[in-house]
Design a protein around this ligand. Structure first.
Ligand code: CLF
Ligand code: SF4
Length: 492
């Protein structure tokens, strides 16, 4: 393991933010970290809330550029059955299908967290998100959190649950200082719930059909209300299942907002017959990216919507979108370096400076005075740090920003395959990339070869490495302004 996988500090100190070359979104201009559009920033929130989310990569879109989470897979059992889940695979509440590499004891989990903290100064949150349900394994979940908190009190604790057992544990969650809880809520109508959950196990009894869905719904609402009453930040995850709850999620959104949910995260159903789930085997499809976005847009209230979820594995480690879990398998923990708090302190100083500089750069970016207002999508290749700092050929995902004269706002990410594998072009990956870039006008990356650049140009997509290592939003705005200025000049 080396620090080379950490957001390279050298790459995030290159640009002079005072350089007046970039452009203005509607963000506040006091130099504090704010976010255009899709998520709330420091100026939009009470200080106590901002303090809780400023380094949580899931609760703050801005934070996900700088901070990492890790999940410890200590919770194998579950108390309900979802039609999109097969026990052989990770919990779909918080993870994409794929077996958990290692289930851990509480002690092993604490050791692993120490090893990751020693190597990854971005680590700010440890979550328990399966592979079953955290609260169906409550004693082990809380024991694990106890050990982690005793060893690393600065790390935030985060818990994910289907909500069935939640009302029984709210007091303990609050007493342990767990400030972030995710509940997966896919319905508030038991008729719809019965199409998603064939059974639950509750009070020593198995319940099925409408009764099961009714109990689950009531327990979820009770747990949500009890948590928010205690000031705990609750994120609600909803799995979008076309034809079952796609129209219904507006109602879910209203219900959870009215009960004080901090964020709503609508995630696409992942359905594949190979995963052996009921939905996979019966042909229930997941939504297209456009269907997902249409539902997200219909919910409004951008600051209350999470759009940057990566549907992580229950043993994920690293920045969202990357998985460094293999570096920290149990057999490697004996080689782990001791945790050095100085490394993290230095990283936090860099992040604070970077956030301020990035904001200034965004504010200084200039739009032409008169432009035709056509929102465009720009795809960014990034390894984190809020900068365009990844080679096109190394990208396994692109962050998608929508750019208008009001600024650049993150709207989603799209996965792709690496174009460059072992130093050679992977031509097959280009088809995946072109499909992932549907509707995108430009790709901004740290470097791109002539061949892929031409392939993209043939598809009408401009690829540029002109903004290598610059800040994302400011570069996207500048690219947009320049393009519009050229259009105006051409039509004059
Ligand atoms: Fe993990 Fe979940 Fe906590 Fe984040 S993940 S328990 S809130 S620390 Fe985040 Fe991953 Fe999406 Fe979950 S990107 S699947 S929302
Ligand atoms: Fe699977 Fe999670 Fe649903 Fe339990 S709550 S059945 S582990 S997806």
């Amino acid at each position: 393991m080396t620090d080379s996988n950490i957001v390279p500090l050298s790459s995030i100190t290159r640009v002079d933010p005072a350089k007046p070359r970039l452009s203005g979104c509607s963000a506040k201009s006091n130099g504090k970290a704010t976010s255009c559009g899709s998520s709330a920033g420091q100026d939009d929130l009470p200080e106590a809330v901002w303090n809780k989310i400023q380094d949580h990569p899931c609760y703050s879109e801005d934070a996900h550029h700088y901070f990492a989470r890790m999940h410890v897979a200590v919770a194998p059992a579950c108390n309900i059955q979802c039609n999109y889940c097969n026990r052989k695979y990770d919990c779909s509440n918080e993870s994409r299908p794929g077996v958990v590499s290692e289930k851990l004891s509480a002690e092993q989990a604490a050791l692993k967290v120490m090893a990751v903290a020693a190597e990854v100064p971005q680590l700010s949150v440890v979550g328990i998100a399966g592979p079953g349900d955290a609260l169906a394994n409550a004693p082990k979940t809380f024991h694990t959190f106890d050990l982690i908190h005793a060893a690393l009190p600065h790390v935030k604790l985060c818990l994910s649950t289907n909500g069935l057992a939640l009302p029984d544990h709210v007091e303990q969650i609050a007493a342990m200082g767990i400030d972030h809880v995710t509940i997966t809520i896919n319905m508030v109508d038991p008729e719809i719930g019965a199409q998603i959950y064939p059974w639950i196990f509750f009070r020593h009894k198995r319940w099925e059909g409408l009764e099961a869905a009714q109990i689950l719904h009531e327990r979820q609402m009770e747990g949500l209300e009890a948590l928010t009453a205690k000031g705990i930040l609750v994120k609600v995850n909803s799995v979008l299942i076309p034809g079952i709850n796609d129209q219904h999620l507006v109602e879910v959104n209203k219900a959870v907002r009215s009960r004080g949910a901090f964020l709503h995260n609508v995630m696409p159903l992942i359905s594949d017959p190979a995963h052996g789930t009921h939905f996979g085997l019966t042909g229930q499809r997941g939504p297209t990216p456009n269907e997902l976005r249409a539902v997200q847009d219909s919910l409004g209230g951008d600051a209350k919507l999470m759009r940057h979820c990566r549907q992580c594995r229950a043993d994920a480690v690293g920045l969202l979108g990357e998985d460094r879990g293999a570096e920290f398998s149990l057999d490697k923990l004996t080689e782990a370096k001791p945790y050095d708090p100085k490394k993290r302190e230095m990283y936090l100083e860099v992040v604070e400076r970077e956030r301020g500089d990035r904001q200034k750069a965004k504010e200084m970016a200039q739009m032409p005075e008169k432009i035709e207002e056509t929102p465009v999508l720009v795809a960014i290749a990034t390894k984190g740090g809020g900068r365009i700092n990844q080679h096109f050929g190394h990208a396994t995902e692109f962050q998608i920003f929508e750019v208008t004269s009001a600024g650049a706002k993150f709207i989603s990410h799209r996965r792709t395959d690496k174009y460059c594998v072992g130093g050679t072009d992977n031509s097959d990956a280009m088809a995946t990339t072109i499909a992932a870039l549907e509707g995108v006008a430009a790709v901004l990356c740290a470097k791109i070869g002539d061949k892929p650049k031409q392939r993209l140009a043939d598809m009408g997509i401009i690829a540029s490495d002109q903004y290598a290592f610059e800040y994302i939003e400011a570069s996207a705005i500048t690219w947009y302004a320049t393009r519009n200025a050229c259009d105006v000049a051409a039509s004059a």
